[in-house]
Each structure stands twice: as C-alpha cells, then as structure tokens.
Design a protein around this ligand. Structure first.
Ligand code: PLP
Length: 399
C-alpha cells in the first residue's frame, strides 16, 4: 500500500518561462563578462519603489501595539479587520460601487485567493481563460484536472477577446488591465461578458490586480457593470498599487447576491476562509489601511505616476518606431509585436546580445504570444530611458 498523490501535479508544465530567461542570461553573462554589468531588466513584474512613508509609519505603530499587553492582538477575524474592510468599502464608492462590508475579504494577496477560490467549484466545471494568460489561472485548474479552454487574442481584437458561442464555460477568468498584454476592457465590452455569463450561468473570476493604473472612463471594478453582482467575484492586490509584493495583502469581493445550485458563494467562501485561513497579520492590515488615507493616497499617486512616466517612455519609443503594441496607458505592461516578424525567443536573444536589455518573451504566456514581447514599467526612470535608447538603436539596425 502506498499514499496516493494528486497525479495532476505531474502533468503540470515545468515553470519554464522565468527559469529559461534566467538560464539564457547566465549563459550570456559568462560569455560576455566585460559587458554583463550593462544589463537592464525590463521584464520583471516586481516593483522598485519602496513602501510609502505613511504605510511604514502605520506598521511601526502597529508593531509597537503588539509589544504592549494592553494593545496586543492575537488571532484576528479570518476575513479581515473592520478598519481595513471599511477603508476598502469606501474606496469602491469612488467608482460608484456600494459593497456591504461582509462582501469584502482581506487576503494575503490576489494569487492565493485566485487559487483558493477553486475550492468552491466542482472539478467537472469547464474553465475559459484568455490567451495570452497569467499562468496561475491555468495551473491552478490543472491541479484539479479541470478542462481549460482558451479564448485566443491577437492584433485583430487588440488582445481583448469577446464572448463567442465556442467560449461557453462554467468559470471565466478575465483580467483587466491585463497581464501580460496591458489591454483594458471598456464598459461596453465588459457588459457583454457579464451578459454572456448570465446567459450561461457562468461565474466570472475578475482579476483587478492592476486597477490602480486605470485612467479615464474605463472600469476599475467589474461591479461597475450592472448585473455583475449576480455573476462575478473580484480579486484585487495591493502589490503593485503600494509596493506590497513582499508585504502581502489584497482583497477579494464575493457579492452576497451570488448563488448557484442553492449555495451562496459568499457564505461558502466565508466558511472556506474560517476553516483554512487565519487572516493577514494585524501589522500588515494597519499598513494596508494607511494606503487608503489621504496622505497614503497622495504618496501612492506619486509612485503610480513614476511607473506611468516609465510606461510613457516605452510607448513613445514604440510610437516613434511604428511598432504595434497594447498597454502602457492603463497598465504597467507594454505588449509589443516583435520587429521583423521575429518569434519572441529569437527577439529575446537578440535584444539581450545586441542591446543588453531583457524583456519577457510572449510565448511564455500562451500560443498567441509567439510573436509578442512584454516590457514592464517597474524599472527606474534612468534604466527605462537607457533601455529604450538601446532598443531604438537595435530596431533601427535590424530594419
Ligand atoms: N494577478 C495578476 C494578473 C498578476 O499579475 C499578479 C502578480 O503579478 C497577481 C494576480 C498576484 O498578485 P499578489 O501579489 O497580490 O499575489
């Protein structure tokens, strides 16, 4: 007799993309030690700006409280402290979205909840993801052996696939602004997805991790769309908004109006969280609360502006070179068509070898990324400028 394992893990692809990028950089560095310090990384998804001052101050105060018997706190509510849920609730009113505080669940980041939410769904459900895709959606479903189908995107639909009869699925992942393409759905398009989900009894898992980059009249939240409360769950992250990639905090919105087969998804998620999760640390939640204060919002706006300026340096270069791209305007990601009809790994190699610039090959995000490349706005101004000067020279040389 032997313990049976989840065989689905054996079917997962190796997490190939970033390890292959690292391997190619190592080879290049060992062969070119004299220029290896000139390397600029424009592919990373991590941020470079530190935590805002008001967040740090709030966490110091909270840490001190934890060191005094009178103010010490032990286990907190699994779904988050009221002070943070209230801050999130108020934040949503800015987009005209009214939430009940019980619909807000504080998490240790969007990635965990995007995976954990699948506890609520049968393994027989069919899942739709858009391609190119944030790999977490696919891998977490493969771990449960769910069938995943792909809505392909391309230049033709500006990387914003729309509902079609062949995309009928029980669970639909949408990410807007999108990683990796930076494309953002407008209200009309998102309303069509909501309608499609309603018609088919599907649930949309809406990933709003990059909502803070939205400008103009694009939706920050799917709950800005009428009817979404009956079909959607939303995941949000403080990682990119406030430099919380290492601090870890986010939130998930499960409307109490979302029901399927006699089950209330909000109640089910509460049950799941109170059973399998013991909440985010008090110190972190106080830090997160500060993000929504007046001072915090000002500081965050400065950080976001910093990344937006980087994105503009990149998109200006693409415009000048007449290179097709999506993103950059409402997103820290710029998804560009590889010049000269190159495939994304060939472009990666040449950009590394001839310009000492690293980006992310689109092929790593799915079939429709084969001839595309992702750059991010998370570097410093100096490096972004220098990288784009080298990028321009390189492209001009290849023409
Ligand atoms: N969703 C998308 C689309 C992301 O790109 C990321 C992080 O890169 C996440 C979720 C994860 O966010 P968190 O850091 O909150 O886990």
């Amino acid at each position: 007799m032997s313990t049976k394992i989840n065989q689905n893990y054996l079917k997962l692809n190796e997490s190939y993309l970033f390890s292959e990028i690292a391997r190619r950089i190592r080879v290049w560095q060992s062969e070119n030690p004299e220029v290896s310090n000139k390397l600029i990384r424009m592919g990373i998804g991590d941020v470079t700006r530190p935590l805002p001052r008001s967040v740090v101050d709030a966490m110091i105060t909270a840490a001190k409280e934890m060191g005094e018997a009178e103010t010490f706190r032990g286990y907190g509510p699994e779904q988050g402290y009221d002070f943070l849920k209230e801050a999130v609730r108020k934040y949503y009113t800015k987009f005209g979205v009214e939430l009940d505080s019980d619909e807000i669940f504080i998490s240790d980041g969007a990635k965990s909840d995007l995976g954990n939410i699948l506890d609520l769904f049968d393994k027989d459900n069919t899942v739709l993801v858009t391609d190119p895709v944030y790999p977490v959606y696919v891998d977490t479903n493969m771990m449960d052996d769910r069938k995943v189908i792909f809505a392909m995107s391309s230049e033709e639909n500006d990387f914003l696939p729309m509902p079609a009869p062949e995309y009928k699925a029980d669970i639909i992942y949408l990410c807007s602004p999108n990683n990796p393409t930076g494309a953002v759905y407008n209200r009309e398009s998102l309303a069509k997805w909501v309608e499609f989900a309603k018609e088919n009894g599907s649930i949309i898992l809406f990933d709003a991790a990059y909502e803070c980059f939205v400008t103009g009249d694009y939706p920050h939240s799917i709950f800005e769309i009428p009817g979404a409360r009956e079909v959607a769950i939303e995941f949000c992250s403080l990682s990119k908004k406030a430099g919380f990639t290492g601090t870890r905090c986010g939130y998930t919105i499960v409307p109490d109006t979302l029901e399927r087969e006699g089950g209330n998804l909000n109640k089910m998620w509460l049950r799941r969280q109170t059973t399998k999760f013991n909440g985010v640390s008090y110190i972190t939640q106080r830090g997160a609360e500060a993000i929504f204060s007046q001072e915090g919002e000002k500081e965050i706006e400065e950080n976001i502006r910093y990344y937006r300026d980087n994105a503009k340096i990149i998109t200006d270069t693409m415009d000048k070179l007449h290179i097709y791209y999506t993103g950059g305007k409402n997103s820290p990601y710029i998804w560009l068509k590889c010049p000269g009809d190159m495939d994304s790994w060939s472009f990666f190699d040449r950009l590394l070898k001839e310009a000492y610039v690293v980006g992310t090959p689109g092929a790593g995000f799915g079939k429709s990324g084969d001839k595309f490349f992702r750059l991010t706005a998370f570097s410093t101004h100096e490096n972004t400028k220098e990288a784009m000067e080298r990028f321009e020279k390189f492209v001009m040389k290849t023409r």
